[in-house]
Design a protein around this ligand. Structure first.
Ligand SMILES: Nc1ncnc2c1ncn2[C@@H]1O[C@H](COP(=O)(O)OP(=O)(O)OP(=O)(O)O)[C@@H](O)[C@H]1O
Ligand SMILES: [Mg+2]
Length: 254
């Protein structure tokens, strides 16, 4: 059983305060959806949890299973089982996708990173690649090198499904996906949760949540969590828009 707890978190980027007093908990098997207008701090929250060096925690704590992780390097956080699928993944043309996934799994299992994958791992990799709507040739290409937007999102999901992290953060996994892609990614998120991963996912759309039933929906505004509710929040926001939701429902004066 995994538990990620964020308490009273405040974060500065390049000396500018971006997040304030963020409180959030996610456990194994839960999917917490994080919504909020552009610039409300969703990506900042994920990069902070992942340990990006520019994101400085100036107050509060982030604990994984009771142990603070705020002073750990990003690689140490990955080693502890916290993985981030970026909103805009960075191409790493010199590393093949299959090599990256093999190296990640080897590191997780304490093997040498260049050890060859087992036949079972290879079979699983090929199966998931096809299920995600990618071609086997993608595995032989540089990571995200020349991948279309939707292919990159599917490749990020492939890494998560193979690695089975304790905590997965997915930053807009549905952006740029076609309708089939949204279904595939949505079902994959639900599968990861069923297998015990604690999931944080940001989205601007209700569609993906047809496939993923979020345990709770958190709404951010200007670096703060301003509302927490169930799935109905997504529909309300989609119908009203943020401005009206904040003004008329939450009575926030902007
Ligand atoms: N280095 C920086 N210097 C100044 N401001 C920054 C810096 N990095 C991020 N910000 C600001 O922090 C705020 C939060 O950005 P963030 O990317 O977390 O938003 P978001 O909720 O993910 O938005 P979107 O829905 O557009 O992805 C934005 O106003 C952004 O301009
Ligand atoms: Mg973002």
């Amino acid at each position: 059983m995994t538990k990620l707890e964020i308490t009273n978190l405040a974060v500065e980027v390049d000396g500018k305060r971006i997040l304030n007093n963020v409180n959030l908990t996610v456990e194994s098997g839960e999917v917490v959806a994080i919504m909020g207008p552009n610039g409300s701090g969703k990506t900042t929250l994920f990069l902070t949890i992942a340990g990006h060096p520019r994101y400085r925690v100036v107050n509060g704590d982030i604990r994984l299973d009771g142990e603070s992780i705020v002073n750990l390097y990003p690689e140490e956080r990955v080693q502890k089982g916290i993985l981030l699928a970026l909103q805009t993944p960075t191409p790493v043309p010199e590393v093949r996708l299959s090599m990256l996934i093999t190296a990640m799994l080897n590191k997780k299992m304490g093997k040498h990173i260049t050890d060859p994958p087992s036949p079972q791992t290879l079979a699983q990799l090929t199966k998931l690649t096809t299920e995600l709507g990618l071609k086997p040739e993608h595995l032989g290409r540089g990571v995200h090198a020349g991948f279309s937007g939707g292919e990159s999102k599917r490749a990020e999901m492939l890494q998560l499904l193979m690695y089975k992290p304790k905590v997965a953060m997915l930053d807009e996994p549905d952006s740029g996906l076609d309708v089939d892609g949204i279904a595939v990614i949505g079902k994959s998120i639900a599968k990861l949760a069923q297998e015990g991963t604690a999931i944080l996912v940001t989205t601007h759309h209700a569609e993906i949540l047809h496939y993923v039933k979020p345990t709770k929906v958190i709404v951010m505004n200007k670096g703060e969590v301003v509302h927490q509710g169930g799935e109905e929040v997504v529909k309300t926001i989609e119908n009203m828009g943020y401005e009206k939701f904040f003004r008329d429902v939450l009575k926030i004066t902007q």
